[in-house]
Design a protein around this ligand. Sequence first.
Ligand code: OAD
Length: 256
Amino acid sequence: MGFDAAIEVELSAAREILAGSHRVAAFSGAGLSAESGLATFRDPDTDALWSRFDPIELASAAGFEANPERVIDWYNWRRGKYAGVRPNAAHRALAAQARMIQMTQNVDHLLEQAGVPAQQVYHLHGSILRDRCNNPGCEHSATIDPAIPQTLRACPRCGDRMRPAVVWFGENLPQATWDRAQRLCMALDCLLVIGTSATVYPAAGLIELARQCDSRVIVIDPNPGAAADAADVYLAAPAAAVLPALLEGFDLASNP
Ligand code: OAD
């Protein structure tokens, strides 16, 4: 597939960076899964989730306390959407890079479905395919089948409420995953940033961290934003079109 001349120029520059890079990792957001049919949170061109729903009501501990049924219903609705989607060409292009670590803010598992080994996916914001006990001292968690809605239910271990195993506003990222992501970003030659508004911290800070540690940054996002501002090369195009073209012929495993 052909791109317009401006994108071709940026693609060449990005390929040149990759060709000289040994340590390459990806950092993705909701835009990576957009072409699979999952809504983003803050997309200017679409019915993004946070333009339709209040994140404090649906994605915070206070919202869950105030109305747990509504929160569970909303996650069940999102799980229902997830049950019908498949990885897109961008997920597959990333999965073809056998050794590439995938740091993602996405709570879906489309990277794993595309073939990325689970241990290579750093889920910074948790997983929509798990529930966990709301009591931090309990640590009980359970896998969820997205096709089978779960009603609000008690933890079988301690009797507190079960909740989605995702990171809500005001909560800490999973510490071990976050530590690994930061260490990785301090030792990269190139960070691929895909489909994120780069507005939610601390995750978005990984881009700055990588830059401070001398990594080059390639950003793929049809809409310019905070990530594009930090880019050495900015590819203003949808990920499913441009990522396969960027990574075609690149083999991280055999890079010098
Ligand atoms: P956002 O919705 O904030 O940003 C999505 C980005 O994807 C935007 O910059 C879009 O322009 C871009 N985009 C849209 N379609 C694309 C495509 N086909 N290819 C590439 N890019 C595309 O999503 P995140 O940055 O992931 O937190 O949001 C960060 C966090 O905010 C999420 O993890 C979530 C949310 O609140 C939690 O759930 C804890």
